[in-house]
Design a protein around this ligand. Structure first.
Ligand SMILES: Nc1ncnc2c1ncn2[C@@H]1O[C@H](COP(=O)(O)OP(=O)(O)O)[C@@H](O)[C@H]1O
Ligand SMILES: [Mg+2]
Length: 595
């Protein structure tokens, strides 16, 4: 057996670099963090070929001395953290002292700062020499992964890498409104954010999305112990079909937080039609001692010691802003608890901000009708997409899409017991009396299972008017070249347009409006076919199913119950038992009555 040896320092540094540096956008994130930590007020980014060829960040911040320049690219070299205590009370974006050394390990890095210059070429450091920038810093990375072909394979096409860089750039700019940000790609100005205030920056960023045009931004805030929240959102008439415009920043850093996104969408559910999501930028200012970003190299995740306090604060802030307001076309008024800001820099007269006005008057544009007459916060929203999906399946044969195979009823031979549908409780469970027991059925899990079985049997296919193009990584590209036929078995027609670029021309009809979910599923699959297919259908079913909290009319509920009794086993596509029964005997015993 081979004996243990210490790794060559260059090999070791490349391994470590893999954690921080994944693609040009991860380099950009680190360089922007450094410029921000150096108190820059203006940051300019130049990108060529999506950053694969080169990427430069120039800032007018404090810069570094010649001595610091010499140290900056060694690992664990930082000016930001000295003691363990500092680590638990961070005020800077950087703290690991690993970014520059990691980038320098897998590219050619040149830093110009305060009159000096140093170059580190794939881990080999040169001498400090006179440089070209008098004050501030310019950092250039060239030839990312040129010496690590295996990593280079994972890069996408320059266009997509540029899109990732742009996303990172925008997310950083969102957290630091008092800095001017400029992005130039292949000689072309792509984004320019002037200095402004928090609301102004949020609006600058939201306005990059075309569907925000004509929207009325809303501000809301919350103050609590150790915590303050501030949010800018769209008015309820402006919304997205996905969650891409819900952004959460903790202490100016964008994070991925499933829980907080849930808190936002739940609190909004009464104000928006089903399947719609707001533009919502949430800025959480939390006591740094309660926040730990040191759990993931890319710092997209953090541990928050007051997570549940924040969750509650988000919910109550949004509810308060939306409370008891109706959003019907005829009598919707601007909630008085909300303040409106003009979309353009032109200030609106102060009195206008407080005068309640109909929405239509605010924007001068007709408001979309949600297909329902009146909706208040008490009535649960009616989700048109699940209804459409459910109807398409329940009324099979009458749909416009044509089944590839004759429809098969699930377990048609099964004898259905005598039962009586009693009603819906908590907008979540269907209650059924049968034989000598009372049964509760989880409506979401049941519908999910029904869709799962029916989609599998029906194979209704919908052709996309505009085929959906998407990119994949090398491993998925290889997988799809071998296995794309298996997708076509399920109505998903995939064609390879060029290396790493695929196109989806059709998909199961039940996935209508869920194209992006299907595509992101395809983009991550390289595993065994059976699991792939099972997961795919579970995903489709889960997204189209009636949710917990949807109030059902008795006809729909009865239909669901009828189908429930036709199942062989009452388990959801993930295998979870979704019913609970209590016997008549037990019920009697609980109240001390003899059966
Ligand atoms: N743009 C910059 N301006 C001034 N100093 C910088 C800049 N970039 C890096 N530095 C210095 O180099 C050090 C190392 O940077 P880095 O490897 O990113 O680690 P970290 O940011 O975690 O400290 C920083 O602590 C800082 O002192
Ligand atoms: Mg750093």
């Amino acid at each position: 057996m081979a004996s243990i040896r210490q790794l060559d320092p260059i090999v070791a540094s490349r391994i470590a670099a893999g954690e921080v540096v994944e693609r040009p956008s991860s380099v950009l994130r680190e360089l922007l963090d450094n410029a921000i930590d150096a108190n820059a007020t203006k940051i300019t980014v130049y990108v060529e070929d999506g950053g694969i060829k080169n990427l430069t960040v120039i800032d007018n911040g404090s810069g570094m001395s010649a001595d610091d320049l010499e140290l900056a690219c060694s690992s664990h070299a930082t000016s930001k953290v000295r003691t363990l205590e500092d680590l638990f009370n961070l005020k800077t974006l950087g703290f690991r002292g690993e970014a520059l050394s990691s980038i320098a390990a897998c590219s050619r890095l040149t830093i110009n700062s305060n009159g000096n210059r140093i170059t580190v070429d794939n881990g080999i450091q040169g001498k400090v020499v006179p440089g070209s920038i008098e004050s501030g810093t310019s950092v250039t990375m060239e030839g990312l992964f040129d010496n690590i072909p295996a990593r280079k394979l994972f890069l996408k096409r320059p266009q997509s890498e540029l899109a990732e860089c742009r996303k990172t750039f925008i997310e950083k700019a969102l957290g630091f409104e008092d800095i001017e940000f400029i992005l130039i790609a292949d000689g072309e100005l792509k984004c320019h954010f002037e200095k402004t205030d928090k609301t102004g920056r949020a609006i600058q960023v939201m306005s990059l999305d075309r569907s925000f045009a004509g929207a009325q931004p809303i501000k809301m805030s919350y103050e609590g112990d150790n915590l303050s929240l501030f949010a800018v959102s769209s008015d309820p008439a402006t919304y997205k079909r996905d969650r891409t415009q819900i952004k959460i920043l903790v202490n100016n850093r964008i994070i991925d937080s499933f829980q907080f996104v849930q808190a936002i969408t739940n609190a909004y559910s009464a104000a928006l039609p089903g399947g719609a999501f707001p533009f919502f930028y949430l800025f959480i200012d939390d006591n740094p001692s309660l926040v730990d970003f040191n759990i993931h190299p890319t710092k997209r995740e953090c541990k928050l010691r007051n997570q549940s306090q924040i969750y509650g604060a988000i919910t109550s802030m949004i509810r308060k802003a939306l409370i008891s307001k109706t959003y019907d076309t005829d009598e919707r008024t601007v909630p008085q608890t909300l303040q409106f800001e003009p979309e353009s820099p032109a200030p609106s007269p102060a009195h206008e901000a407080q005068t309640p006005k109909p929405y239509a008057e605010q924007t001068g544009e007709p408001r979309p009708s949600y297909g329902q007459s009146r909706r208040t916060t008490e009535a649960k929203p009616f989700d048109p997409s699940w209804f459409e999906n459910a109807k398409a399946i329940l009324e099979r044969g009458k749909t416009q899409t044509e089944p590839l195979r004759p429809a098969v009823e699930v377990s048609t031979t099964k004898v259905i017991p005598e039962y009586r549908y009693v009603g819906q409780v908590f907008d979540t469970f269907l209650m059924v009396e049968l034989d000598e027991k009372l049964m509760f059925i989880d409506q979401h899990a049941l519908h999910e299972r029904i869709l799962f079985d029916e989609i599998k049997a029906l194979k209704d296919v919908q052709r996309l008017i505009v085929p959906y193009q998407f990119e994949v990584e090398r491993s998925v590209d290889d997988y799809l070249q071998e296995n794309s036929v298996l997708y076509s078995d399920f109505g998903i027609e995939l064609t390879r347009k060029e290396p790493l670029l695929w196109e989806m021309a059709s998909m199961p009809a039940a996935c209508r409006k869920n194209e992006d979910k299907i595509v992101s599923f395809i983009q991550t699959q390289t595993g065994d076919i059976e699991t792939m297919q099972k997961d795919l259908f579970a995903i489709i079913a889960c997204h189209s199913a009636i949710k917990a909290g949807d109030r059902l009319d008795p006809v729909t509920a009865n239909e669901l119950v009828r189908k429930c009794f036709r199942l062989d086993r009452m388990v959801c596509p993930h295998g979870r038992d979704f019913t609970f029964s209590i016997s008549k005997e037990e019920l009697y015993r609980q109240v001390g009555r003899l059966v």
